[in-house]
Write a protein that binds this ligand. Structure first.
Ligand SMILES: O=C(O)CCC(=O)C(=O)O
Ligand SMILES: [Fe+2]
Length: 279
């Protein structure tokens, strides 16, 4: 059975339940987490104004940079020819930000990075010793002082009849990083794939945070923790609602060894080429 657990972070059994859900499904959903609800609401409103304003084009990323605004149809999933129906803004610690939303954005970056470190600590403690011993250093140490974690603010505009055939909000993909923390989308649509190929809605209601393991975690744990493919499906025909979501992709320091022959920096460079974001 594929059951993504919804976990109250204050429960004494939370770390064990978190690991079990990640191991069985690649996902877990967190309730009673420490991220401030008012902060999330202000970010949703502020970034909605950003995406609604044509001045957003002034924030388009510089060629070769992974920071800044990526217009509609910038990214494709690995091996997929059509571009996803999304636009997004990539935030690193040194990214220039629209002044109206800069402080709140930096604050959530900090809070989500700290939460990511806590969750990596849970994984570290709960892993079987045989897997833990394979790690080149403890998981929380891999991200200590890292400036590579990426906060992505996503806007999925209303899907019109003119959408390219086969194009979806986000085609099936795995995340590249260690773990992803996703502040619940403003609308449903996120789905995870089980090992039999069936799709399941991720039960992440407003105010919750979905967490999933990425390819770097799968590599470092020799597959003990899977990187589960996921996607964002289009709304029903005639439903013209936009959707917003805000994942942070927690990345190790570039020199961290994920496997004997692979650093985080080598691995990331390979993967960015596959999704059309390296130039
Ligand atoms: O928008 C979502 O809910 C998921 C986005 C996602 O999977 C990604 O950007 O990697
Ligand atoms: Fe993803």
């Amino acid at each position: 059975m594929f059951a993504i657990d919804s976990i109250d972070m204050t429960d004494a059994r939370a770390p064990a339940r978190f690991l079990a859900s990640l191991r069985d499904t690649g996902f877990a959903v967190l309730r009673a987490h420490p991220i401030d609800a008012g902060l999330i609401a202000r970010l949703h409103a502020g970034w909605a104004r950003f995406f609604a304003d044509p001045a957003k084009r002034g924030w388009i990323r510089a060629p070769g940079s992974q920071s800044g605004y990526f217009p509609f149809r910038s990214e494709n999933a690995k091996g997929v020819a059509v571009k996803d129906l999304k636009e997004f803004f990539h935030v690193y610690p040194d990214t220039a930000l629209p002044p109206e939303i800069a402080d709140d954005t930096r604050e959530i970056y900090r809070q989500l990075s700290d939460l990511g470190t806590t969750l990596l600590g849970w994984i570290q403690e709960e892993l079987p010793a045989g897997i833990r011993d394979r790690l080149s250093e403890p998981l929380p140490a891999m991200v200590a002082g890292s400036d590579r974690s990426l906060f992505r603010v996503l806007n999925y505009p209303p899907v019109g009849e003119d959408a390219e055939p086969g194009a979806v909000r986000a085609a099936a993909h795995e995340d590249i990083n260690l773990i992803t923390l996703l502040v619940a989308g403003s609308e449903p649509g996120l789905e995870a794939r089980d090992t039999a190929g069936r799709w399941h809605a991720v039960p992440c209601d407003a105010g919750m945070i979905a967490v999933n393991g990425g390819d770097m975690l799968a590599l470092a744990t020799a597959g003990y923790l899977p990187a589960t493919p996921h996607r964002v499906v289009n709304p029903a025909q005639g439903d013209h609602t936009a959707r917003q979501s805000m994942p942070i992709f927690i990345h190790p320091r570039p020199e961290v060894r994920l496997a004997a022959d692979k650093t985080a920096a080598d691995y990331l460079a390979e993967r960015l080429r596959e999704i059309g974001l390296a130039d």
